[in-house]
Design a protein around this ligand. Structure first.
Ligand code: ATP
Length: 301
């Protein structure tokens, strides 16, 4: 698979704050990536640098093999939709759509009009006067209809209500299936976007903690549900991520795939194997990685 975005040794300091600390990561082409991390982790900073809206203090970024900064060959191929998108003071939604139509070579006007109807965007209202959700919808529509080869959504859907959010996820997946492209969705709500993403990049304190395919990640743990004694037998000696009991029943998530023999025993014990929550897995793996990095730093001192 080809690489769409290559970030090498990127750091970004704002005064005494290190927003990104020697970040190296590659985003594969034509894949939906999740860029996950807690508040202040460095997600927006990383996206701003890749999309040439900010400069790194050190390191390099390439999009399709070229530096995006001040590069007219690359910039029209990148769309960055952010929650607090700024528009001209008296701009109406139709002005924002018109500007996007001019900026993005693959813009699909018919698709944009369909989305405007579906998201119920009042085209003749000043964007400044719109509700937060309506403003979010303007960004989401631009992100989808631009069909940019690399599209970043920086939590633009946070202002959307449940119906509009579902609509965004549905349209994103449908359109991506017909027009594959590189999409990066940033969020701190992992389970909310877990069904959309194929690859997970987790950032914390400006450092990459995890970069893995969702399938590989899910294969790293199993959740067992059934009689508490049977669950206890199967989880003995394993690293436990989560356990809850409900009367005589238990539900436990353990790290590590099961062997063939263990799988047979699971069937004998009449236990159910259910999909693992990506959120639990990411939280666990990143806190473990965090401890490891802290220990390494202490050892180096
Ligand atoms: N322009 C700036 N000036 C000073 N500090 C900044 C600036 N932009 C970001 N930071 C700091 O850099 C760190 C990373 O911020 P960033 O916005 O990238 O995080 P984030 O992961 O997008 O967070 P959130 O999920 O809360 O949006 C934070 O500590 C933030 O305070």
């Amino acid at each position: 698979m080809a690489t769409a975005i290559d970030v090498r040794g990127v750091s970004r300091r704002y005064g005494s704050t290190t927003a990104l600390d020697d970040v190296s990561v590659a985003f594969e082409q034509d894949v939906i990536h999740g860029l996950l991390g807690r508040n202040g982790a460095g997600k927006t900073t990383l996206m701003s640098i890749i999309t040439a809206q900010d400069w790194p203090s050190a390191g390099q970024v390439e999009v399709f093999g070229q530096t995006p900064h001040e590069n007219e060959k690359v910039l029209p191929r990148i769309c960055f939709v952010r929650e607090e998108q700024r528009y001209m003071d008296d701009a109406l939604a139709k002005h924002a759509f018109q500007a996007a139509r001019d900026a993005f070579p693959h813009w699909d006007q018919e698709f944009a009009e369909q989305l405007i109807r579906e998201f119920r965007v009042p085209e003749k209202t000043r964007i400044k006067k719109m509700s937060r959700g309506q403003r979010s919808a303007v960004g989401v529509i631009i992100g989808l209809a631009s069909r940019a080869e690399v599209t970043f959504f920086d939590e633009p859907y946070m202002g959307l209500d449940a119906v509009a959010r579902q609509l965004f996820y549905d349209r994103l997946l449908q359109d991506y299936a017909e027009h594959p492209r590189t999409i990066v969705l940033s969020s701190h709500l992992i389970d909310e976007i877990a069904h959309l993403i194929e690859n997970v990049v987790v950032i914390d304190h400006g450092r990459i903690m995890l970069d893995e395919s969702v399938d590989e990640l899910r294969g790293k743990a199993v959740t067992l549900v059934g009689h508490a004694d049977s669950v206890a037998e199967m989880t003995a000696g394993k690293e436990l991520l989560h356990r809850e009991t409900m009367g005589r029943m238990a539900r436990a998530t353990v790290l590590g795939p099961l062997t063939e023999a263990e799988r047979r025993r699971v069937t004998e014990l009449d236990l159910d194997l259910v999909p693992v929550s990506l959120q639990q897995l990411v939280v666990h793996l990143t806190s473990r990685e965090d401890q490891r990095q802290t220990q390494n730093e202490e050892a180096a001192r």
